[in-house]
Structure formats: C-alpha cells, structure tokens
Design a protein. Sequence first.
Length: 144
Amino acid sequence: MNASGNPAGLSNLTICYNLIACDQEECDWQEETAFGGGIAGGGNAWWFALDASASDTYPIYAGQQAVPGASVVYDAATDQITIILGDELQLQDVSEPVKVEGYDQLPAERPAAGLFELYKGTNLTIQGNSSAYYVIHLDVEVCN
C-alpha cells in the first residue's frame, strides 16, 4: 500500500539474467552389462575381448550395442588398459563395477566376471599382466 492507501502500481520493471548453456540434457539412465574389445566371444551369451598383441582403441558395447564416445584404449608397450566412458555411460554405484581378466587363450564361452582375479574395482586405468587377451566387463548405466 502506498501513502494514499491504495496498492502501488507498477510503472517500470527491470529483469537481469545470464544465459547458461546446459552441459547435457537429462538422461534416463538404464543399467546394462558392458564389454570393451574388438573380438566377439563365443558361446550362448554375448561378450567381447581385447587382443593384446598391439596397441589399439576398441569400442565399448552395452546391451550388445556400441556406445558412441565410449572406448577402451590398450597400450601394448606398457600393457595398460584405459577405459573411456564418454558422455553416455557411467559406472553403476556398486563396489566393483570394473572387472578385468587376462587370458593366454581366448575362452570358448563368456567367462564369469565374478571370478575375475586380475582386477575388480572402480579404476578406469588397469595394469595388465602380459596376457594375450583381456576381457573387460563393466557394470554401467547408459543414457537413453
């Protein structure tokens, strides 16, 4: 109320603001099993393995589909595996979402990730053990 006892009228209005670009649209995160590698594994269940004979970059497959921007980089000189999740993947909130095992011969069927001994944890850089092949199993969430 102003001095006359009536509601004050609005004669001027100034609005100040800053436009900020959003980093990413909202995601509907869906849990998936993922594997990194370039060799499709045998048996009844889908899986992929990495050939450690040379350095290379391999796709990550989640739900049997390659995920854009996600990859596994293998450096043969250092025997180091680097997992790049990109913008469309994130690790599930579990104690050991990253599991890696090395093999001298490629398994005939998908190995049980729970039995992997080379590495289990959350690191995205893993030191190899001079194996000929690596199976990289990831518990992820995919942005849909």
